[in-house]
Write a protein of this length. Sequence first.
Length: 124
Amino acid sequence: MNGFQIIGTSIAAAFGLIALVGLFKRRIALPSGLLWLTIWTTAAIAILNPDWTRVVAEALGIARGADLVFYCAILAMFVGFFLVYAKLRRIEHRLTHVVREIAIDEAGGRLDDAAGRDSTTVSE
């Protein structure tokens, strides 16, 4: 085992443990926790046995294991960026809705005040 394998496996194990603890303490949702646990376990296996990536890459028609790791990283980044973008759009939509509701409520209060009525009482 070389120095990189010791350091890389230790880092993967630490983050895998963090994901596992997050799952047990319910700080991480089950699907997310299992995904992260799978990612860190796969990373540790690939670091400990680099030949494994070559075998999987060849089975998928890719020449080198390093290329497989690179392609997977690029795909994961694109998926991550897309998910963050989609979440940001949902947050913007919710914020717009909340701001509109507040503006309508405040405008209604000003209209009641301008008419000489107290907005907290109901006229009969």
